[in-house]
Design a protein around this ligand. Structure first.
Ligand code: PMP
Length: 389
């Protein structure tokens, strides 16, 4: 007695949270030394040199103190100009933009600001596994909508029956992780018409907005009636290959940002000053840094897509992000069984679809954030595997 763990006193909501399925598979894969992994959700390109130099300069100049809670004013100005120029979004640098530690923390402060216990949050499945635990920690109730037979898109028609008077928020993640799908102009317009007169927030996670291949990015916040109820989440992790710098941001009307910034302040005070100086460089002198990466991703997407189609796999050609999400249903294996067998027999690692909610069952996620040589070897092995099944 007296020195025993107080396990029973740990917050049950935290105890119930599961380690992400992507992390689990990555841990498992690391035990197979010779495996080719296609599991990673981060760009394989290095952070551009000019951004590294800006960070080095910030360190040399001792610009290493706290910054204002919502971020350096110059950075918020740079974000404001970047999103205006790229996507036509108008947000005031002083009152409507918060610089966060990655898109992850942007999601956290947003959900904590808008959710109360019992609030329902719509999640189109399959979906990035980062949202559900955050919703649960706020006492919110995740309500999944199965988008598998709808091209992995949450359309107004599919969403409408799920809206109740408890619905507080709809999360949209397009371009999508894990499917790479993007909502069309018409689909966005229909969604806006459905939601404009409802008391529902929209969180639009646009972290892959710079990685759309066939059309310009369009934010739902631009549509009539949507600006006041939408919180746009974005950041530099994918656009500038800066996952480890931890820079994200929120775009939200002043009446919301005013409260979100309090959560942010007590949560992290501010994002890293050095990373913020690097981000100013990225968003001013590096506004098109994503373009050469995008050209490379398009080649890889086309290559892997053609190979998978050649193997007889059923899949939609993704319009953005760097993932493909083929169906493996016809093999009569669960996505976990398929993944394990592929890993054991051919030493190729992918993520089982059920890591993206139960609505990802029947699929696997293949990341093409890898060099062509890796992708070629992986596809040869996968073809041999599929032939033998
Ligand atoms: N949203 C989505 C859809 C993502 O895929 C990721 C990262 N994989 C994040 C948010 C988190 O981004 P960050 O690293 O900037 O926190």
């Amino acid at each position: 007695m007296g020195n025993e763990p107080l396990t029973h006193l740990i917050n049950p909501q935290v105890k119930e949270i599961q380690i992400s399925g992507i992390r689990k598979i990555s841990n498992l894969v690391s035990t197979y030394k010779d495996a080719i992994t296609l599991t990673i959700g981060q760009p394989d390109f290095p952070t551009p040199d000019h951004i590294l130099r800006a960070a080095e300069q910030a360190v040399a100049d001792h610009r290493t103190t706290y910054t204002p809670n919502p971020g350096l004013p110059e950075l918020r100005q740079a974000v404001s100009e970047f999103v205006q120029r790229k996507y036509g979004l108008n947000y005031n640098a002083a009152s409507e933009i918060i610089v966060t530690t990655g898109a992850s923390q942007a999601l956290d402060i947003t959900l904590r600001t808008i959710l109360t216990a019992g609030a329902e949050v719509i999640l189109p499945g399959p979906i990035y596994p980062g949202y559900e635990p955050l919703v649960r920690l706020c006492g919110g109730v995740p309500v999944y909508v199965d988008t598998r037979d709808n091209g992995f898109k949450l359309t107004a028609k599919l969403l409408e029956p799920y809206l109740t008077d408890k619905t507080r928020c709809v999360i949209l993640c397009y371009p999508s992780n894990p499917t790479g799908r993007v909502m069309s102009e018409t689909e966005l317009a229909d969604m806006a018409r459905l939601l404009e007169n409802r008391n529902v927030f929209v969180i639009s996670d646009e972290i892959y907005s710079e990685l759309i291949y066939d059309a310009p990015h369009r934010s739902i916040a631009l549509l009539p009636g949507m600006r006041e109820k939408t919180i746009v989440i974005n950041g530099l992790s994918k656009s500038h290959s800066m996952t480890g710098w931890r820079i994200g941001f929120t775009l939200a009307p002043a009446y919301l940002s005013e409260h979100m910034v309090k959560v942010h302040q007590y949560n992290v005070t501010c994002a890293s000053s050095i990373s913020q100086y690097a981000a100013i460089e990225a968003l001013t002198n590096g506004i098109d840094d994503a373009l050469p990466m995008k050209a490379e991703y398009v080649k890889r997407r086309d290559f892997v897509y053609d190979r998978l189609v050649g193997m007889g796999l059923e899949l939609v050609k993704p319009e953005g992000a760097f993932y493909l999400f083929p169906s493996i249903r016809r093999f009569g294996l669960s996505s976990m069984e398929f993944t394990m067998k592929l890993l054991e027999e051919q030493r190729v690692a992918v993520v089982p679809g059920d890591a993206f909610s139960t609505y990802g069952e029947g699929y696997i996620r293949i990341s093409y954030a890898y060099g062509m040589d890796v992708l070629e070897r992986a596809m040869d092995k996968m073809e041999a595997f599929v032939k033998a099944l």
